[in-house]
Design a protein around this ligand. Structure first.
Ligand SMILES: [Zn+2]
Length: 258
């Protein structure tokens, strides 16, 4: 089914989605309450505005995903750690950083990692209209594809923030929206051990629920290039060996795409 038949109206958004969106944007219409809107727009497991890829049903599978790069020197350090362990991961890169560090993104691609789009400037898309959303996602996707010479298939909304126009745009551009089900909180962790504890706890929780784990970490920071990600690099290094000995298989997101 094409994006047009899914969203077949003159403006590209069908009536139901448009009503939900107008209500959600707080235009005064009865509909979703503010709390409901924030759940629909931000909660990773919510499907109210559209479906996103999170993980598969094999509890032994774990996808490591890194957002907000490329970021010197930590993206390169992560690449070394992953290579030593023969693990491939998924990197959701920010367009404006790709422009600054195209070589790092090419290196990631050549090392076999999956590169996804994380918009051009990392805005909260839930408050934005179709035009700005198209520019944020479309410009970044085109830039990444030019940089690596390969099609981009995955998109992760910054902050997990989304609205119906985000899903419409992703469908239009043949991008699979991706969220996560393990949060490492690595951006505010005081130590690598704290990150490791959250990773182990999150993966174990998903295993009890008989599902794979899509782990959110950060090789960069959306506010500036050069964010300190030493703890994330160390936590990754400490996770890989023991996790594999424990029967974990590290996968990239394409493994779970229908
Ligand atoms: Zn981000």
């Amino acid at each position: 089914m094409s994006a047009d038949s899914l969203f077949g109206s003159p403006t590209g958004l069908n009536a139901a989605l448009r009503i939900a969106w107008i209500a959600a944007c707080g235009a005064g219409a009865a509909g979703l309450a503010v709390g409901g809107f924030h759940y629909a727009a931000l909660w990773p497991a919510s499907r109210l505005f559209g479906r996103s890829l999170i993980a598969g049903n094999d509890p032994a599978e774990v996808a490591l995903t890194y957002d907000d790069g490329p970021n010197d020197p930590y993206t390169g350090q992560l690449m070394d750690v992953l290579a030593r362990n023969q693990v491939r991961a998924t990197f959701f890169v920010i367009g404006r950083y790709v422009r600054e560090k195209p070589r790092v993104v090419r290196d990631l691609h050549h090392a076999g990692h999956v590169i996804g789009c994380h918009t051009m400037t990392h805005p909260k898309l839930m408050y934005m209209g179709l035009k700005r959303i198209r520019a944020e996602i479309g410009d970044a996707t085109a830039l990444i594809e030019d940089t690596i010479g390969s099609r981009v298939r995955f998109f992760r909304p910054p902050f997990g923030s989304r609205n119906p126009a985000v899903f419409h745009t992703a469908a239009e551009m043949r991008l699979t929206p991706v969220l996560w089900n393990v949060t490492s909180w690595d951006w505010n962790a005081k130590s690598a051990a704290e990150i490791e504890m959250r990773l182990h706890r999150g993966i174990a929780h998903n295993q009890r629920k008989q599902r794979g784990s899509n782990v959110l970490m950060h090789d960069g920071g959306h506010l500036e290039m050069g964010s300190d990600r030493r703890r994330t690099v160390t936590a990754t290094a400490n996770l890989l060996g023991p996790a594999r000995r424990g029967g974990i298989r590290f996968v990239t997101l394409d493994r779970w795409e229908q």
